[in-house]
Design a protein around this ligand. Structure first.
Ligand SMILES: Nc1ncnc2c1ncn2[C@@H]1O[C@H](COP(=O)(O)OP(=O)(O)OP(=O)(O)O)[C@@H](O)[C@H]1O
Ligand SMILES: [Mg+2]
Length: 261
């Protein structure tokens, strides 16, 4: 039995993502060194660590961008030694990056549906169902706490916070199972950051599952349910957020406090 009264098997069932002994090297640089961590469904799982600790390398393995040389990634009970970007998408895993991959000159709805265009058949033609996509995009962003202008506007005219909200809405709309966010507010001002955090908190309340990489200990304390600390390619400490403090997390990241798993 575990401390919360469940058997280890029952606890394992609660893992949406279970990473075991993941290894990845770029030439002589070991980016991931037997990294093991997990995320529960319906939670925001934060990954913190100094520059170069391996956070982005890890999530790129989950997104199918990096190919690990060892270990397993078990997603919803299915083990994978490596994923392709296509497989990751099929599994319902999507990402939001700091340098948001939105296209400035396209409208909000075009950005939402890029690569997933809805078509309607008119005789021999398959025409883009623009009106339908615009309406669906409006609906996707209307659920967010951030006020986003009409889906027919180009992204260029939107603020940084609105753009990031659109990027998150897009990831959440398509990333049905897990949304990964690598520094989602790093490029934003204070007010915009708060807006985006409210979007994330609203989605967390809907039991969506997130992996959040952040250098802001305060943000991790505000948004996450659980925290993993990475150092030199490994997960070296794990905390339930309610059982830790920003000060302890700082100490774990810097090594002032020795880590243990
Ligand atoms: N494409 C690559 N080619 C070579 N080395 C890489 C590559 N990507 C990452 N690395 C190296 O792998 C290690 C881990 O980098 P990674 O980007 O995963 O760190 P990080 O924890 O995301 O850091 P940051 O907080 O600065 O974003 C670093 O030493 C980095 O230089
Ligand atoms: Mg990084």
């Amino acid at each position: 039995m575990t401390s919360n009264g469940r058997t280890p098997d029952e606890a394992a069932e609660e893992r949406l993502l279970d990473i075991r002994d993941l290894r990845l090297a770029f030439g002589n640089v070991v980016a991931l060194d037997n990294c093991s961590l997990y995320a529960r469904p319906g939670e925001v799982t934060a990954i913190i660590g100094d520059n170069g600790a391996g956070k982005s390398s890890l999530i790129k393995c989950i997104l199918g961008v990096n190919r690990p040389t060892g270990g397993t990634m078990t997603f919803r009970g299915q083990p994978h030694t490596a994923l392709s970007p296509h497989q990751a998408k099929d599994l319902g895993i999507e990402a939001v990056f700091q340098d948001l991959a939105l296209f400035d000159d396209l409208t909000l709805w075009q950005n939402m549906f890029i690569g997933r265009e809805v078509r309607r058949r008119v005789g021999p033609l398959a025409l883009l169902a623009k009106r339908e996509m615009a309406a669906r995009a409006d609906e996707m962003v209307s659920r967010l706490t951030v006020n986003v202008p009409s889906a027919r506007r180009t992204v260029r005219s939107m603020s940084g916070g609105q753009r990031q909200a659109v990027a998150i809405a897009r990831a959440v709309a398509w990333g049905s199972e897990l949304v990964i966010m690598d520094e989602p507010t790093a490029a934003l001002g204070l007010r915009e950051r708060t807006e985006v955090e409210e979007v994330i908190l609203g989605l967390r309340a809907e039991q969506r599952s997130f992996l959040l990489i952040s250098h802001s200990f305060d943000q991790v304390m505000r948004l996450s349910d659980a925290v993993w600390v990475m150092r030199q390619g490994r997960a070296v400490a794990h905390r339930r957020t309610r059982d830790t403090t920003g000060e302890e997390l700082v100490a774990l990241v810097t090594g002032a406090k020795s880590a243990e798993l």
